[in-house]
Design a protein around this ligand. Structure first.
Ligand code: AMP
Ligand code: GLY
Length: 431
């Protein structure tokens, strides 16, 4: 198959790596990326086309004659890249702009979940500052009457910076006021108490399937302290979730959303990222994204043994129910992100990376998240620089292998969390 992957980061490198690894040896794919990165260039032809420019992307897909386009990040989807590709007759993994509002607008996502009967946090949309105190009062305590943090969310895409979870009422009120000033409204919702999991579901417009669950680490510091980031690490599968979690997510979340979007005339074709809190009352949706998670999908795809291209093509062409279900290794995978000095506040670019070949010789896969080349040197070019992906017979071994690989890589000032998957590997996450 001829496949074009849009994006620049570790997620897109991971998708290409999985496409290559699971291809039939007699029928290798022709892989392309736009714009790609130096790591992706080892697996695919990279084209300097802006993934956010529908005209340019449609022209490239036509020129290359691709059978499939996989859209990595959310911004081009929200801006309508998939609409343009589908209009040009190109099978595409990624929803149209209207369906991408499930990520692009938290209030739209709530409206769809309510209509579809999907379990999620109760929420109120406030359009003026005067209505915020009553909303904060409504969600100040849990069912047992105990005080819980407030959750205040900007409606639109905010790159992980739109959500405030706080026990400080003034901070909650202030964030709500900021959101109302910027967008005219704000979402205030019930606090969901419980460990979080990500389940990636493939929706072909009619049916839905789920991949094994993963967990990611959004905070910069060990012990989940410090500022939010794009994600500092991940692992899969999750030994601490009920064995039927993925099936339950399809039954109670993904399929009802697929049905509701189809009923509205906006069928969802692509990846529905279901962010869950596993509460005492059962799984509740924290958020939807409309693409694979980064770096959580790198952990999931590392264990895939069946052909990814066929699975994604079936997703894009409405034939998932006829396709063979995906299969996975029965071991574990762990991803540790190497970040640049100063990330997330002010990442320092330009540091030289060495030791990647040595790490890969030890059996890890190194995915490029933010790199560029200059005179044959590989340099850091973003906040999250590399993803070190390792498998192991169990999670403890997978994380040991990932950290052993990471220890061979050098980036001046570079840093990583030291506790990715540690609690889970020690069996300390319980429901
Ligand atoms: P979101 O952008 O909606 O994923 O929110 C970012 C993070 O805020 C989530 O990963 C959660 O850790 C936290 N969060 C969001 N909504 C809630 C909620 N209702 N209850 C508790 N934590 C939440
Ligand atoms: N890992 C979180 C995200 O991709 O949004």
């Amino acid at each position: 198959m001829k496949i074009l992957v849009l994006g620049t980061g570790g997620r897109e490198h991971g998708i290409l790596e999985a496409l290559r690894r699971t291809q039939h040896p007699d029928h290798p794919h022709e892989l392309f990326a736009a714009p790609g990165n130096p790591g992706m260039a080892r697996l695919a032809q990279c084209r300097a086309v802006d993934a956010g420019n529908p005209t340019a992307v449609v022209a490239l897909a036509g020129e290359l004659g691709v059978d499939l386009v996989v859209v990595g990040p959310e911004a081009p989807l929200v801006a309508g890249i998939a609409d343009a590709l589908r209009e040009a007759g190109v099978p595409t993994v990624g929803p149209d702009a209207e369906a991408a509002r499930l990520e692009g607008s938290k209030s739209f996502a709530k409206e769809v979940m309510t209509a579809a009967g999907v379990p999620t946090a109760e929420a109120r949309v406030c359009t003026d500052e005067d209505s915020v105190p009553a909303a904060l009062d409504a969600f100040a305590t849990n069912a047992a009457g105990e005080a819980v943090p407030w959750v205040v969310k900007a409606d639109g895409l905010a790159g992980g910076k739109g959500v405030v979870v706080t026990t400080d009422r003034e901070e909650a009120q202030r964030h709500a006021a900021d959101c109302i000033a910027k967008e005219g409204h704000v979402v205030v919702e019930e606090y969901l108490d419980g460990p979080e999991a990500s389940v990636f579901c493939l929706l072909d417009g009619t049916s839905a399937i789920a991949l094994p669950a993963a967990q990611d680490f959004k905070r910069a510091g060990d012990g989940d302290l410090g500022p939010n980031t794009g994600g500092m690490g991940a692992y899969s599968p999750l030994a601490w979730v009920p064995a039927d979690l993925e099936a339950e997510v399809v039954r109670t979340i993904a399929q009802p959303v697929a049905d509701e979007m189809a009923r509205r005339g906006n069928p969802f074709v692509g990846v529905l990222y279901v962010g869950l809190a596993l509460t005492a009352a059962g799984p509740r949706v924290v958020e939807f994204n409309v693409r694979f998670g980064d770096p959580d999908s790198q952990a999931v795809l590392a264990r895939l043994t069946s052909p990814l291209a066929e699975l994604l093509h079936a997703t894009a062409t409405g034939t998932l129910s006829d396709a063979a279900g995906p299969t996975f290794t029965d071991d574990a995978a762990c991803v540790v992100v190497l970040a640049a000095d100063g990330y997330p506040a002010a990442p320092v670019k330009g540091g030289q990376l060495t030791g990647i070949a040595e790490a890969e010789a030890r059996g890890v896969t190194v995915l490029h998240a933010g790199t560029r080349t200059e005179d044959d040197r590989l340099l850091a070019d973003g906040g999250r620089v590399l993803d070190v992906v390792a498998r192991g017979a169990d999670l403890a071994h997978a994380r040991e292998n990932a950290y052993a690989g990471l220890s061979l890589i050098d980036l001046p000032g570079g840093w990583a969390r030291t506790d990715i998957a540690a609690e889970a590997a020690a069996g300390r996450i319980t429901l």
